[in-house]
Write a protein that binds this ligand. Structure first.
Ligand code: AGP
Length: 610
């Protein structure tokens, strides 16, 4: 999950590459580097550490070039080091390559190249590509063809950009499994892993598909497939402003994105609610409503936070639309032999739309004839482009690695799909209108929760030294407990587990003592009384309890140590409100611990390798 960027034009590429890398740093941030070629020089500068460290290095170098590529790394093969940082080079240092993905057969390719006398300086799979392209350059004497021949030997995934001293008028890029876009400028062109890196310069982008290779010159580009056949590429206009991808005065992207939720939740339902008919309207599913409603079952495939959203979707769809739902970890679903038939509908949930396991499970499902729907945030992403139909969540760019506003917007979209299907089943007009009224009240209710930010910080400060946490919830709030635990794990590095509250007696209760804080989702819904008994069980074992409760619930205060209140809404929408205090709790605990909230260790925003 690395970040790739490249520039060819008349400007100095160094500041452009650095800015692009900063915008891509959420994809990987353990080492970085650039490679440039100009009339007199071809040079690589790389460092272990962040783009800011690379910037310091380059400051003293005073480099000027119109052609360059840059990379920020998330290590897969070889630990973070200068040697393993990209760009990688051929032995005579005339060809530079940057790569996002994994070359699975790199060991066997490397063996052949070593026999040919190539010298390796890194432990990476990517360096194999540099030497393999060099091998074909000697045979074909043409960079494009050399890259094409080399890639025909590669097994695995890649988004690559290659520059070569003897052909300084182009960047050759290729894609298989990892995202890659070309940014079309005036007398200059850009390449990148995603549009965030080039949106400052152009809104005209070309999405490379799997198996495509392109030569990008400063004033034009042309693309072929891996079999050397010409392909015509469409230029898309992306509607994204630079403001949307900056911190907007907040200390962290994560806090900005948490605070944006009244607006992002509103944007996810804007123009999609038809009150007079008590139903939702989803343009991206037009023509498929009947087929989805009559599905034998709905399967949801996703990873991480998106998988948690899928679990909430399961409760919604079964309760309101009466359609059997199964929620699958995409990484298991793609390799298991799932029984899928053409009357199944499979929903692939992914904020980035590029998560390798979810994308692969989509391709598997398509082969089996199921209707494949995408719920994505990133416009033009692979899952969005490859699914039969789908819904964008319109949460706006999510840069913080810990997903927050995308989760609540995924739940809004799952509610809209539920309403759409339920109105085709037993839900009547008044019930549909009731749900719409509740949905429209969400943004103001979220604002009320966000006003408690300071209070939640004070509570977080009291729990920041804890080494373990247990999150417990029932029904719709079991997935919220999982999501709360995940948020805390990924940004504060505190071990935390989410559990169905009733499961506690079957083991986890052994963990309970005065050092084990337990976060309860104790919302006044159909299982409230059951949760109260679980709270008693924890209290009886001296557990410290923080409870998320409804505003009017004064009964629970005396049973627990701390409470955070959220407004009441209908069961299916309540997770959208209940999760927000958990996002803020995790955020403030991580800040209290002085951790890098936006770039937590070992993580990356979009997991494009399996
Ligand atoms: C969530 O905070 C994490 N960043 C991670 O679990 C994420 O949800 C997962 O990688 C799935 O990403 P996607 O929604 O982009 O597919």
């Amino acid at each position: 999950m690395c970040g790739i960027v490249g520039y060819i034009g008349n400007k100095n590429c160094v500041p452009i590459l650095l800015e692009g890398l900063k915008r891509l740093e959420y994809r990987g941030y353990d080492s970085a580097g650039i490679g440039i070629i100009n009339e007199t020089d071809c040079k690589v500068v790389k460092t272990k550490g962040k783009v800011a460290d690379l910037e310091k290095l380059l400051y003293n170098e005073n480099i000027y070039a119109n052609l360059g590529i840059g990379h920020t790394r998330w290590a897969t093969h070889g630990e973070p080091s200068i040697e393993n940082a990209h760009p990688h080079m051929n032995n005579d240092k005339t060809l530079f390559i940057i790569h996002n993905g994994i070359i699975e057969n790199y060991a066997s390719l490397k063996k052949g190249l070593l026999n040919e006398g190539y010298k390796f300086v890194s432990e990476t799979d990517t360096e194999v590509l540099a030497h393999l392209i060099d091998h074909y350059l000697k045979l074909k004497n043409n960079l494009f063809q050399a890259v094409r021949y080399a890639l025909n030997e590669v097994e695995g995934t890649y988004g690559i950009a290659v520059i070569y001293k003897n052909e300084p008028d182009k960047i050759v890029v290729a894609r298989k499994g990892s995202p890659l876009v070309i940014g079309v400028g005036k007398n200059e062109n850009f390449v990148a892993s995603d549009v965030n890196a080039l949106i400052t310069y152009t809104s005209q982008v070309v999405y490379l598909e799997d198996g495509e290779i392109a030569e990008v010159y400063k004033d034009h580009f042309h693309a072929k497939n891996i079999h050397d056949e010409e392909i015509i590429k469409e230029i898309h206009e992306v509607d994204l402003s630079v403001d949307e991808i900056t911190k907007g005065g907040y200390p962290h992207y994560m806090l900005k994105e948490i605070m944006e939720q009244p607006e992002s939740i509103y944007n996810s339902m804007r123009g999609r609610l038809v009150y007079e008919d008590g139903i939702s309207k989803l343009g991206g599913l037009q023509g498929y409503e009947e087929r989805i409603a009559n599905s034998d079952r709905i399967i949801i495939s996703a990873c991480g936070t998106s998988w948690h959203a899928g679990l909430v979707g399961e409760y919604m769809l079964e309760q309101y639309a009466g359609i059997p739902v199964e929620v699958e970890y995409a990484s298991e679903f793609r390799y298991r032999k799932p029984v899928i038939n053409s009357n199944d509908t499979i929903i692939f949930i992914s904020q980035s739309g590029e998560t390798a396991d979810t994308l692969a499970s989509l391709r598997e499902a398509k082969k089996k004839g199921a209707l494949c729907l995408g719920i994505c945030n990133v416009v033009g992403s692979s899952i969005a482009r490859e699914s039969d139909a789908g819904v964008y969540i319109h949460a706006g760019p999510e840069i913080g690695v810990a997903s927050t506003k995308a989760f609540t917007s995924q739940l809004v979209v799952l509610s809209l799909i539920t309403l759409l299907l339920a109105r085709r089943k037993s839900l009547n007009l008044l019930e549909g209108q009731e749900i719409i009224k509740e949905m429209q009240s969400l943004p103001s209710k979220v604002e009320r929760i966000l006003k408690q930010n300071k209070y939640i910080k004070e509570i977080a400060d009291k729990y920041a030294d804890c080494r373990n946490f247990l999150y417990l919830g029932r029904g719709y709030h079991f997935p919220v407990a999982l999501e709360g635990a995940l948020k805390l794990k990924e940004i504060s590095y505190i071990h935390a587990e989410g559990y169905p509250a009733a499961e506690m007696k079957h083991g986890p209760i052994a963990l309970i003592d005065e050092n084990m804080p337990v976060v309860f989702l104790a919302i006044k819904d159909s299982v409230y009384e059951k949760v109260l008994s679980n709270i008693q069980e924890v209290k009886a074992r001296k557990g410290r309890i923080l409870a998320i409760v409804n505003e009017e619930d004064n009964h629970i205060d005396k049973m627990v140590d701390h409470v955070i209140r959220v407004p009441k809404t209908i069961d299916m929408l309540q997770p959208i409100l209940s999760v927000i205090p958990l996002q803020l709790l995790a955020y403030h605990i991580a800040v209290k611990k002085g951790l890098n909230v936006d770039q937590p260790r070992n993580l990356a925003k979009s997991v494009t390798v399996e």
